[in-house]
Write a protein that binds this ligand. Structure first.
Ligand SMILES: [Zn+2]
Length: 264
């Protein structure tokens, strides 16, 4: 009895033990299952996030590219900018170029798009106690032709041959169709106290002020010293050309001419 009772107890305990083990195993399985689901969820969430990021990144790249393209296309190129139109012995004015000028005092005229800045430059120069005078500005093609032919005539009288007179005249008075004065964006300014169109003009207080300040109003000294080989025009410390403030600042600070600026 004792033995069988003991045996019964032992069997029961074993059975209970087995049941506990089973219970533990199933709990462990459940735990592993839940853990597995959690890990799976974490992985899936991570993937979705990463995929989202991938999509966003791709979209961002696309958007950035699109923006770059937009910036590229909206950024005005130097060649299409009316302020930077290049007129020289190699670049004749297009016959269909429209010129809308505004009349100034003394019969002068200028492209109306740079009128205000020119006026401001003249006012500020006068405020410094100086006497600038615009002696030449917009010229019609016909007037340019008369000036050029007059120069050839003068040189012939000085003893130049026909060919030499034509070549020399072109460095002083631009060949008709190649003068900036014909596009209304250029002015010749002299000092009232010294009105000669000579190198000495650079020493006048007006020129000193203009050379230092013209860029602030979008103007440049168009034919600087030592640039004749590029511009085809002699040093003219009186001829100012409107190019807009951005270009004027760069051109004047670097000491380059318009041709060099456009080639950059
Ligand atoms: Zn001029």
């Amino acid at each position: 009895m004792y033995t069988s009772e003991n045996g019964y107890k032992i069997r029961k305990e074993k059975e209970r033990g087995n049941e506990i083990k089973k219970l533990r195993k199933s709990k462990l399985k459940k735990c592993i299952g839940v853990l597995g689901i959690l890990i799976a969820l974490i992985i899936i969430t991570g993937c979705v996030n990463n995929f989202g990021k991938f999509v966003i990144t791709k979209n961002n790249v696309r958007a950035a590219n699109k923006n770059e393209k937009t910036i590229e296309t909206t950024k005005p190129s130097k060649k299409s900018d009316w302020k930077l139109i290049l007129v020289n012995y190699q670049n004749k004015i297009n016959s269909d170029t429209k010129i809308d000028v505004v009349q100034l005092k003394n019969g002068q005229a200028i492209d109306k798009r740079c009128y205000e800045e020119l006026q401001q430059m003249m006012d500020d120069c006068r405020d410094e106690g100086l006497d600038p005078i615009i002696c030449s500005s917009y010229r019609s093609h016909r007037k340019q032709k008369i000036l050029y032919e007059q120069k050839i005539y003068d040189l012939l009288n000085e003893g130049y041959s026909q060919t030499k007179a034509k070549n020399e005249a072109a460095t002083v008075v631009a060949i008709p169709g190649t003068s900036e004065h014909e596009i209304g964006l250029a002015v010749d300014i002299v000092d009232d106290n010294y009105q000669m169109l000579e190198n000495e003009q650079e020493n006048t207080p007006v020129q000193k002020w203009l050379m230092k300040n013209c860029w602030k109003y979008g103007f440049i000294l168009r034919y600087p010293e030592n640039k004749k080989k590029i511009t085809g025009v002699i040093y003219e410390p009186w001829h100012y050309r409107y190019v807009g403030k951005t270009a004027a600042k760069e051109i004047m600070s670097k000491g380059i001419c318009l041709e060099e600026y456009l080639d950059e």
